[in-house]
Write a protein that binds this ligand. Structure first.
Ligand code: GCU
Ligand code: CA
Length: 724
């Protein structure tokens, strides 16, 4: 076979050519060698001599030995402690067989996965920044995935050389810097704070029977990790393009999630795919532990496939089942499961550029069954999926709700679209479909699965005019208000690629849903014009922009908006108005991130009734089931650092058919009455919030029922003090 670059030159061309040249001149494998025949793609199982699966188990055991019993429910701790002891015994037993080691690993991880923490917190995810690990170093992770093994999330991806250049200067395009440095792994319990663990593969990782090392490859990218219950190993399929073997799936495997990974197999062709290698790919693990490769075919990328990883060792992708087809091609293929349904989403063929998400979902709840046609995921249109390409999804099964995290890839190569590689936003079910919640800052509770808007969120979408990858006259997310000119042809305020330009008298507007509060509008401008913010009540707040020739920062503070739809309108003055870096952010206000949770069953609380745990969905270890009687109150002692306003949020469930009203008594005085409407069932929990004044130090907060039904069941009280 004569050598041809079988990849789209759009992505790999310059790089592959450069690498081949370097390899050829260094005397490595010649580009003229034939590709590995598919029939030769048998796994190279390691021999017992170089297998240290027991070492992997030892690593897991010593990690799990750091868990503290009092942080978990007794019911979940006991089986975990047993599994840990059993696993430690296997580590000690030199005669333990490979399968005993694998079983001990599986049992330990399964018990760890069932651990239920007593306390949970919200942690803040801030997009449009470069994320750092817990040691303060940049997180370099592209085109990978997050996988939960035991009670821990592991994030695998690729560290490319260009990621360093992009971090150093994000306002520049890097076309050919996808040379592979390593595959790092990070670990986290909350999906927000990530600890760097190790580089599990590097340019010197051996390619086994293929000869040479991963440093010889012209492309390494798009990966995931599957745990194989049979071998007790972690298997990492990744795309490789190699000058001697061309494209295919390289399988690496490791004995612990964070140890060194070694060569397992190389599979150029997946049966039923029309082309060798994969276009894009990710790994999806179903609830039953079965792992799949989700991919598109390499040339054209028109077809989407699901291929089972062979259950004996996960080192081979079995014949693929086609689940979707679109002749325009789709890439960044990734899967998630929500409420029993499988969703596969993908992007346009823009090469690491912004795109809406095109999804299809299973119509028979079978992963390799029938799917709908492609449709656009609601919420991804206004800013092209928060200015990203589809990367991967993380499904979090919370104690309160299931939430899917969309992990988008933003990359300088071919794109040059803003700051930060990783943009994560939540996806939830909405009606019979799903919705993407584009937010610049939000808070997530990985235990309960709940999320909320964070205080620093910018309510304007596509605020930096970065989502369009080309010059346009209809800027995505913004609606034209006049017949005059609109363009993004100008460079932006911080040296970025685009800014908004509107001509005299005409302009654009954007509508958004905001909670009630006082807001600040900010933007950078050149030229003159006007920006208004109109609240849901019709009140117009105007920022007049006087002429300036250089970029000038403008701000309008004290914008009081009621809850509902707000409209931001940008109008050009004489000449044009050029504007960039829009923001509409709540001022001060209450920071839900600083809320202190008081469980109704906690030591500082009084429950006139019993602490029960028979209705699921509560946080902590139970809830207060107040006696069905007038005055059967629930009371909390709340510390305030200073006198001032606080938001009290009481979580409750009322399975009765009528409300259970009560007085809210703060420090002995009735300050409000609350309705506690029916929530439909005793497992239907909801939160009612009231704003009150607290004094510095200890406060008593009591809910006192005013009817013979008593209170609803009370889960917890969250107290957030005003930030100012
Ligand atoms: C049911 C329910 C209790 C609840 C009670 C009530 O018994 O199981 O959790 O507190 O109704 O009506 O108050
Ligand atoms: Ca009750």
């Amino acid at each position: 076979m004569t050598f041809t670059v079988r990849r789209s030159p759009r992505r790999w061309g310059p790089l592959v050519a450069a690498t081949l040249f370097a390899l050829a001149s260094a005397g490595h494998a010649s580009p003229g060698s034939a590709a590995v025949d598919e029939t030769q793609a048998q796994p190279e199982l390691q021999t017992a001599a170089d297998v240290t699966n027991a070492d992997g188990l030892e690593t897991l055991v010593s990690d799990y030995e750091t868990r503290i019993p009092t942080e978990y429910t007794i019911d979940s701790w006991e089986p975990f402690a047993e599994a840990l002891t059993a696993a430690a015994d296997v580590v000690e037993d030199d005669s333990a067989s490979e399968s005993e080691v694998a079983d001990a690993k599986t049992e330990l991880q399964t018990a760890a996965e069932e651990l239920e923490v007593l306390q949970s917190t919200f942690a803040t995810i801030t997009n449009n920044t470069f994320w750092k690990d817990t040691a303060g170093n940049p997180i370099y992770s592209q085109g990978g995935g997050v996988f939960k093994f035991g009670d821990t999330y592991y994030w695998y991806g690729v560290h490319y050389r260009g990621a360093e250049s992009y971090l150093a200067n994000p306002t520049k395009k890097y076309d050919d810097q996808v040379s592979f440095v390593s595959i790092p792994v990070y670990s986290s319990q909350d999906l927000v704070n990530w600890k760097f663990e190790n580089d599990i593969a590097t340019t010197s990782t051996s390619l086994g029977r293929l000869g040479g090392t991963m440093g010889d490859a012209g492309w390494i990218g798009r990966l995931g990790v599957a745990y194989n219950e049979n071998t007790g190993k972690y298997v990492l399929p990744v795309q490789m393009w190699h000058p001697a073997h061309e494209g295919g799936v390289l399988f690496l495997q490791g004995n612990s999630p964070t140890g060194a990974f070694t060569f397992g197999n190389f599979q150029p062709q997946i049966v039923n795919s029309p082309t060798q290698a994969t276009g894009d790919q990710t790994v999806f693990t179903d609830e039953d532990g079965q792992d799949y490769l989700i991919f598109s075919n390499s040339e054209g990328r028109a077809r989407a496939f699901v291929s089972k990883l062979r259950s004996s060792d996960s080192l081979y992708a079995e014949p693929a089942v086609e689940i979707g087809r679109d002749s325009s091609g789709r890439e960044g293929n990734a899967m998630f499961k929500l409420d029993g349904k499988y969703y596969m989403c993908a992007s346009d063929l823009h090469g690491w550029n912004t795109s809406v998400n095109y999804c299809l979902d299973s119509t028979q709840d079978r992963i390799q069954g029938d799917y709908t046609d492609y449709y656009t995921m609601p919420g991804t249109q206004m800013d092209y999926s928060h200015v990203t390409q589809t990367g991967f999804f993380i499904t979090v099964e919370g104690t309160v709700q299931d939430t899917v995290i969309y992990a988008g890839d933003r990359w300088a190569d071919f794109a040059w679209n803003g700051i930060g590689y990783n943009q994560w936003v939540p996806i939830t079910k909405e009606g019979t479909g799903i919705r993407f919640h584009s937010m610049s800052q939000w808070q997530f509770n990985a235990t309960t699965g709940e999320f909320r808007v964070a205080p620093g969120n910018n309510y304007i979408l596509n605020p930096d005019i970065q989502a369009d990858r080309i010059i346009v006259s209809n800027v995505v997310g913004w609606t034209r208000t006049g017949s005059g000119g609109v363009t993004n042809v100008n460079g932006g305020a911080n040296g970025s690629r685009f800014a908004l330009q509107v001509s005299n008298g005409s302009g654009v507007r954007q509508q958004m849903q905001v909670p009630a509060g006082t807001y600040t509008l900010g933007l950078h401008t050149k030229g003159s014009g006007r920006v208004t913010v109109t609240g849901a009540d019709g009140t117009v707040h105007t920022l007049n922009v006087s002429s300036s020739s250089g970029w000038t920062k403008r701000e309008l503070t004290g914008i009081v908006l009621p809850a509902g739809t707000a409209t931001v309108t940008v109008t050009g003055g004489s000449g044009n108005l050029i504007a960039d870096q829009f923001s509409l952010v709540r001022q001060g206000g209450t920071d839900p991130g600083s809320a202190t949770r008081h469980e109704a069953e906690g030591s500082g609380a009084t429950c006139t009734g019993t602490i029960d745990a028979n209705h699921t969905g509560y946080s902590g270890s139970g809830f207060c089931n107040g006696a069905n009687a007038d005055n059967a109150y629930a009371e909390f002692t709340v510390q305030a650092s200073a006198a001032g306003t606080a938001s009290l949020s009481l979580r409750y469930a009322n399975g009765g058919t009528t409300g259970r009203p009560g007085d809210l008594i703060v420090n002995g005085s009735i300050v409000a009455t609350t309705a506690f409407a029916s929530t439909g069932s005793w497992t239907g929990w909801t939160t009612q919030s009231v704003t009150v004044q607290l004094r510095a130090g200890a406060n008593t907060v009591r809910w006192d029922p005013t009817t013979a039904d008593g209170l609803p069941n009370v889960d917890y009280l969250d107290v957030a003090q005003a930030a100012d």
